[in-house]
Write a protein that binds this ligand. Sequence first.
Ligand code: HEC
Length: 110
Amino acid sequence: MKHKLLALLLGTSVILGACGGAEEPADEADSTEGTTTASGDAEEIYQQNCIGCHGRNLEGASGPNLTEVGGKYDQAAIESIILNGQGNMPKGLLNEADAEVVASWLAEKK
Ligand code: HEC
């Protein structure tokens, strides 16, 4: 009787242990999201929306050079340029979340 009870308990804990490992698919769902707001994505957002006018390395093209833009504007000012446009730069290129990510990244360019 004692042995059967012990075996039952051990068996149960093994099954529970196996179930504990089944949580992983949730992580994969996260990584497939499109635009995320992690700061590591700033360069990617820039590559997708800005290089046409500001160059692959911020060197400028039809738009001005941005390599030292952080010395000229703070993050809030850059964010406002991205959201509202300026001169020949169109407004509304990014949503607010992405604009904030890119602005904080550009504000470091001094
Ligand atoms: C269609 C071309 C175009 C695109 C796309 C574009 N820009 Fe611009 N951008 C310009 C032009 C032109 C100016 C200069 C505006 C002016 O002051 O007359 C400018 C100015 C700026 C400035 C101010 C620079 C300064 O020295 O005054 C920032 C910051 C900036 N852009 C960021 C961005 C970011 C970030 C993106 C991508 C989300 C982007 N731009 C996409 C054309 C563009």
